[in-house]
Design a protein around this ligand. Structure first.
Ligand code: CUK
Ligand code: CUA
Length: 677
């Protein structure tokens, strides 16, 4: 609702709006305010006139002031969020509170503007992510070039984000990638053995010992009869919890030190690492403990019905510190990965099940490590378990039963610390430093704030619904700033909404996802802004304090981003050359403003060509592109960067190579000729 300038100023006398408007608008222009009403008026004058002309309320002006990052003040974005790019296969980098997208990182999918996967050695990273044993691929399409990224996980030191690396999974194909936050580029993609798909089981342990990733739909066991496997589900399928060891210097996966724990063939879903008191454990939700497999045209209920038949599913609690020792002596190797069999995991006290209300989705561990908050999609409560009670129940063997695979089921009543009725369709929980949880309510389209128990809140203050704010619409994940670490920062919350009817300008029959920024500092939660995400469907995001990121501005001269080391084939100015050896041609080329050197390549048809390209600039942002028309080759080299391109000159003609970045006044002249004759 728009207000007149007079109302605007009068109405702003109370609350934060009054402070800002009163202060900033000290010099309100005299006049009756008729001049600017409606659209199309020139936006001049003071804040009040402009707000009036644009039909903004005082509250909306305050919201804008809280989120604006004016030109030249990037430091006002106090946080980065690293968001999955959904089925684009990429990752997004955004700022908070501006909510502006700063970068799209090419991960699993070729991304032409970055030269990611278009002829450079980055293609080797994408190809390597397709070829692990156990990763079924079509001989006709040996390289997977799409993915469904879901859950980013930032590396941690002592339970806090350390800003070094971020991992992200491919829900579709059960793969994982590692991105280095020095240059925000992907370094490794790994196709995990025994995982056909994955979902939310991605997180890093508190000192980045491991990144965890688990199966979503369970995997067919080698040797099981495919045709009858669904009817014999319990014997034919298994889940796997994977602990991928992280190399402490490079952040890459150390497969030799990695291992898996075999799980029952339920559908393992979201997961989180224990921390502080619960460090050494991980917790994984599951649904479909009914092992329903569909067959709705074969006389069976659809999976959605079959998987919701029971009243409870099971949270899996895995003692990874114990598993790390047991794997040395009691594992089998399946498809190149050490696996602790299910019966060994039970015998050794590595795996326990905890009943949880049916169709659970998120499990999130509180900053002190003691509370495990579970949202059940079909239950209006958040169920809050205590790790200390869980530990006592394990020690006392306080089991209510065992499942059909022999896994002990902890007595539900012994481990529940509290339940809070929060609303319809609770999914994921994040935290602040004061002992509140914030849970997304998918069906209700809202965020509910609730209190945890001791040491944060005691007596009738504990486990209470505190506040609720509507969001638009159908919220999935949400994130508070560093809200899944031991040191949450509070301040803001971002709601990741799946639907956005009437929230953005019409862009055809598919609406964008809608990120909403929520202010957590006031008495009540308040939505500050809507941001359309013009690609795919981000699932999870993590938010990290900007001052924890130590990104490079330029590469040390000749750096190969795939190794982050200077490359022996990089050139310095004056050493550019072409070396021919039979039909192998090596070109050592420099790129600088505004020329390629050499700028003419004379090739014979059929030559095997290796281009060693080095951007010899040291000026930040002096990036050059390198593209060859019709050869499907595109590279992008940041200052100091080396990259390699291999191709066969199998098409005759004159091809005009050019730079794809407008790098200088003579950028258009940054071109050259490749003659294939
Ligand atoms: S999931 Cu819960 S809303 Cu992939 Cu983490 Cu999307
Ligand atoms: Cu280099 Cu344009």
């Amino acid at each position: 609702m728009a207000v007149s300038r007079r109302e605007f100023i009068a109405g702003s006398a109370s609350g934060a709006a009054g402070l800002v408007v009163g202060g900033v608008l000290g010099k309100v222009v005299a006049g009756d305010g008729d001049g600017g009403g409606g659209g199309g008026g020139a936006l001049s004058g003071d804040v009040g006139s402009i707000a009036e002309a644009r039909g903004l309320t005082p509250a909306e002006v305050v919201q804008a002031v809280k989120t604006v990052v004016p030109p030249g003040k990037p430091e006002l974005d106090e946080f980065y969020i690293l968001a999955s790019g959904g089925h684009s296969g990429q990752m997004l980098v955004m700022g908070v509170p501006s909510m502006k997208i700063k970068k799209v990182i090419g991960v699993f999918t070729p991304e032409s503007w970055q030269g990611w996967g278009f002829g450079t050695d980055s293609g080797d990273i994408i190809r390597a992510g397709t070829t692990a044993e156990g990763g079924p691929v079509s001989p006709a399409q040996p390289t997977l070039t799409w993915a469904d990224t879901h859950h980013p996980a930032i590396s941690e030191t002592n339970g806090e984000y350390d800003g070094r690396w971020v991992y992200i999974n491919d829900r579709a194909n059960g793969r994982i990638a590692m991105v280095d936050l020095r240059d925000f580029k992907t370094k490794q993609i790994y196709d995990i053995p025994n995982l056909l798909s994955s979902h939310g089981g991605v997180f890093v342990t508190p000192n980045s010992e491991y990144v965890h990733i688990s199966t979503k739909t369970p995997t067919l066991i080698a040797g099981a009869d495919v045709a009858t496997s669904l009817e014999n589900f319990a014997d034919s399928y298994r889940g796997y919890s994977t602990f991928l060891a992280i190399d402490p210097t490079t952040g890459k996966f150390d497969v030799a030190r990695s291992f898996q724990v075999e799980l029952p063939p339920y559908t393992q879903d979201l997961a989180d690492a224990g921390k502080l008191v619960s460090d050494g454990w991980v917790f994984i939700n599951s649904y479909n403990s009914e092992m329903s497999w569909g067959g709705n045209m074969e006389g069976n209920p659809p999976i959605e019905v079959g998987a919701s038949a029971g009243d409870y599913d099971y949270m899996h609690a895995i003692n990874w510190k114990k598993a790390e020792q047991v794997v040395q002596s009691r594992s089998t190797v399946i498809n190149g990965m050490r696996v602790i069999p299910l019966d060994v995991a039970v015998e050794e006290g590595i795996l326990y099940l905890v009943p949880e209300p049916r169709s659970p989705h998120g499990v999130d561990v509180s900053p002190d490590g003691n509370y495990l908050c579970v949202g059940g999609k079909l239950d209006p409560h958040v169920t809050i378990y205590s790790f200390e009670q869980f530990q006592a129940a394990v020690d006392a063997e306080d089991f209510e039963d065992h499942d059909q695979f022999g896994v002990p089921i902890i007595n539900f009543d012994s481990v529940v610390a509290g339940r809070v009725e929060v609303g319809a369709g609770p999914l994921h929980t994040q935290f602040d430093a004061e002992g509140h949880g914030y849970i997304s309510l998918f069906i209700e389209s809202a965020v509910a704030k609730f209190s945890l128990g001791a040491p944060y809140f005691e007596g009738d203050q504990a486990f209470q619904l505190v506040d609720k704010v509507p969001v638009h619409y159908n919220i999935g994940h949400l994130v508070t700033m560093e809200g899944d670490t031991t040191k949450p920062q509070g301040k803001y919350l971002v709601a990741l909404n799946k639907w956005s009817i009437d929230r953005h300008s019409a862009v055809g029959t598919l609406n964008p996802q809608n990120f909403q920024l929520v202010d957590l500092d006031g008495e009540a939660m308040e939505v500050l802004s809507d941001t359309p995400i013009g690609m795919a469907e981000p699932h999870y995001v993590q938010a990290i304090r900007a001052d924890r990121i130590n990104a490079w501005h330029v590469y040390p001269p000749g750096t190969n981003p795939t190794t982050m080391e200077p490359d022996s084939n990089a050139v310095v100015q004056g050493e550019e050359r072409i070396e021919r050896n039979g039909d192998q041609v090596d070109v050592f080329m420099s790129l600088t403003r505004s020329q390629f050197k050499p700028d003419v390549l004379r090739l014979n048809k059929g030559d095997h060509v290796t281009l060693h390209l080095t951007n010899i600039e040291s000026t930040p942002d002096a990036t050059h592109g390198f593209a060859i028309p019709r050869y499907n080759i595109s590279a992008s080299l940041d200052p100091g960067e080396y990259t390699r391109i291999d191709f066969v000159a199998d098409v005759e003609g004159a091809f005009a190579m050019y730079c794809t970045e407008f790098c200088s006044a003579l950028h258009l002249e940054m071109q050259g000729w490749i003659l294939v004759s």
